[in-house]
Design a protein around this ligand. Sequence first.
Ligand code: COA
Length: 259
Amino acid sequence: MPSTLTIATDGGVARVTLNRPDVRNAFNETLIAELTAWAARVRQAEPIRAAVLAGAGRAFCAGADLTWMSRMVGYSMEENLEDARAAARLFQILNALPVPLIGRVQGAALGGGAGLAAVCDIVVAADDAVFGFTEAKLGILPSMIAPFVIAKIGQSAARDLFLTASRFPAARAREIGLVHYVVPAADLDATIERLLAEVLTSAPGAVSAAKALIPAVAGRAPEDVFDLTTATIARHRTSREGQDGMRAFLEKRKAPWVP
Ligand code: COA
């Protein structure tokens, strides 16, 4: 049983909640290990179709646990590297989770907490939530999360927000692509349920392949991905799932994956 997370799986949806509310869900080595282990289970074919990442209490996540990080001054370079690699692997595995990952942000998503938002596919934020890549204020920098954050917000916003390390509101987070929906806090769960319903009425194989296709084509010239995109659709339209889905539409039936 994880000690820093709660995990509830029902109806094909895993709801994972960071559960260190006293420190605003800041992550230490235990939380990193437990969240990585959960993501690894999903990758090894745990039968879920979507996941929601949330934080217990007043904030989504205050980033790295500063008490834990400040202790690292006594660690060797090799030990520091090992810790950094464990966190980087967490962001990687969440980023490539084979099912949609929906982030539920209330209160604050700062530092690595904003990094967690960046590796979610869809982020719903409360309109009073605050975001920030605040690391430079603490004498460190948003290093491991940079590839994932820049993939979402681009270099221009990253230059502003990494260098000023300023806090910014949910509306700005939406403008730069870190967040997709901004709603009153009371509407967070209903918005997430609506998104889950959309995901669950879409074909699981197609959803997963679409998620993998995005980073595979991003930033590449159309001619360079010609073979990939044509082979991908040819494979999917002749797949069992593709055939079932198209036939169900034409015959005005529910597709087999629709709950
Ligand atoms: N690591 C360790 N402890 C943290 C923490 C972090 N990243 N963020 C908050 N905490 C602790 C606080 O020290 C405080 O502990 P205490 O109760 O023993 O004093 C407790 O969590 C609650 O924090 P507090 O600031 O009182 O809560 P708040 O609800 O008013 O504000 C935040 C929440 C997240 C906005 C605020 O705590 C904050 O700005 N944290 C720093 C976030 C940050 O810069 N992270 C970048 C890390 S690289």
